[in-house]
Design a protein around this ligand. Structure first.
Ligand SMILES: [Co+2]
Length: 420
């Protein structure tokens, strides 16, 4: 899930004409759409209606059974460099890691589920599928492997809504009930999957495109993300990581329909530190040079994510919101005067805590007619809304992301796989 730097720029009311086709989330008339969706969500909320009926073999055995008492596999291990080389062999630092063995094993369990879910997703996602079918496939896989319906999604399961943002939209789009968008052959789709075990969230994303004309765009962003991962380390300044990412990203060009674009980093999106049950903790990892001299520190988890674009390299909020999260510092439920808002907040706190969620998850819990209550929770600062973040219409954006851990003795790229 993307960290957004700076305030989302509300583009409501200055839409440039009608959306160009049924495949783009509407940019205008948000309230009408909200009401229409409320009507739809009643119909679509019947349990099982949008569920994938047969569970594929890859998801039939829970991960805990597959591994029994065996530890989960480590991610990619990278030695620290130069001034921190001593950490590699430090007995004291090794001892520290032994104390954290259970913590690491939970993170690796979530990472292993991430690899399995995305491997299956890659094998089935095809143009012609609805976005709803795509996210259901992924999320049902996560729920099954981690037995979320048995032990509760707060114990282990979905870490945040599955992003499947298309084309000029870079982040924070997932379908709401009634969404009829179908994946097209010429689309560029960012699959951003969050999986957690006891609040240890693995945040990792990749980009799917079927038309080879986008190959260089994807290559640029993959290279930029790997550069950010390579540069990251204890005592490294965030500005230096941003600078390295920017340099690599902008060294690529992409030819689209007779025009050449230099790939731009989306300068107001960034990676972020992660803490238990908190996807966006205190630090932002820029993808351009930004003068932030804050350093990375021992023991921190970071989502290193970069976004490249053929547009302006700047995103604004656009379209209907699907993603939300309870603000950890927001006012308590007891201060709310609207009864529906209070009851809705109870459901939210019980099922998601401070993890991000989307409207489909409320539908699945049997909640109906919640949009006014939800609006009241957003307005009173209890719930934060994360609307889709989009570059200019007609542009294309790509994303790659991994979650890393700055262990005392080495850097571990937890979500690394054979695929990316
Ligand atoms: Co993220």
């Amino acid at each position: 899930m993307a960290g957004g730097k700076g305030k989302g720029n509300k583009s409501k009311g200055k839409g440039k004409g009608k959306p160009t086709g049924p495949k783009h989330p509407a940019t205008e008339g948000k309230d009408e759409i909200d009401l229409a969706l409320e009507a739809l969500s009643v119909k679509d909320a019947q349990p099982g209606l949008s569920e994938v009926t047969a569970l594929p073999e890859a998801f039939q055995t829970p991960i805990a059974e597959l591994f029994a008492d065996k530890p989960y596999p480590e991610g990619q291990l990278c030695d620290y460099q130069d001034d921190n080389l001593w950490r590699t062999t430090s007995e004291e630092k090794r001892h520290l890691e032994r104390l954290l063995a259970d913590d690491y094993n939970e993170a690796r369990q979530a990472a292993e589920v991430h690899r399995r879910v995305r491997q299956y997703a890659r094998s089935v996602i095809q143009p012609g599928m609805t976005m709803t079918e795509i996210v259901d496939t992924i999320e049902n896989g996560t729920r099954s492997l981690l037995q979320s319906d048995r032990y509760g999604g707060l114990n282990a399961g979905i870490g945040f809504p599955t992003g499947c943002s298309l084309n000029h939209c870079a982040a924070h789009y997932t379908p709401n009930a009634g969404d009829k968008i179908v994946l097209g052959h010429d689309d560029v789709c960012k699959i951003d999957i969050g999986i957690h075990v006891k609040g240890r969230i693995m945040d990792s994303a990749f980009t799917l495109a079927w038309n080879p004309k986008y190959d260089n765009l994807l290559a640029a962003v993959k290279d930029a993300t790997n550069t950010g991962i390579r540069e990251a380390g204890i005592d490294v300044r965030l500005n230096d990581i941003g600078g390295a990412i920017e340099e690599v990203m902008t060294s690529y060009e992409v030819d689209l329909d007779g025009k050449t674009y230099q790939v731009k980093p989306i300068r107001n999106l960034c990676g972020h530190s992660i803490e238990r049950y908190t996807i966006h903790a205190g630090k932002s990892v820029p993808i351009v040079r930004n003068g932030d001299n804050t350093k990375m520190e021992e023991g921190e988890y970071f989502a290193i994510e970069t976004f490249g674009s053929t547009g302006k390299g700047y995103v604004q909020t656009e379209g209907v919101c699907s993603h939300y999260a309870r603000r950890p510092d927001g006012p308590p439920a007891s201060t709310l005067r609207v009864p529906r808002a209070r009851s809705l907040l109870k459901t939210i706190e019980k099922n998601f805590g401070t993890l991000p969620w989307c409207r489909r998850y409320l539908d699945r819990l049997g909640e109906t007619k919640y949009l006014l209550g939800l609006r009241s929770l957003v307005d009173s600062g209890v719930i934060e809304a994360y609307p889709p973040l989009c570059d200019v219409e007609g542009s294309y954006t790509a994303q790659y992301e991994h979650t890393i851990l700055l262990r005392p003795t080495c850097k571990e790229v937890l979500t690394r796989g054979d695929d990316y």
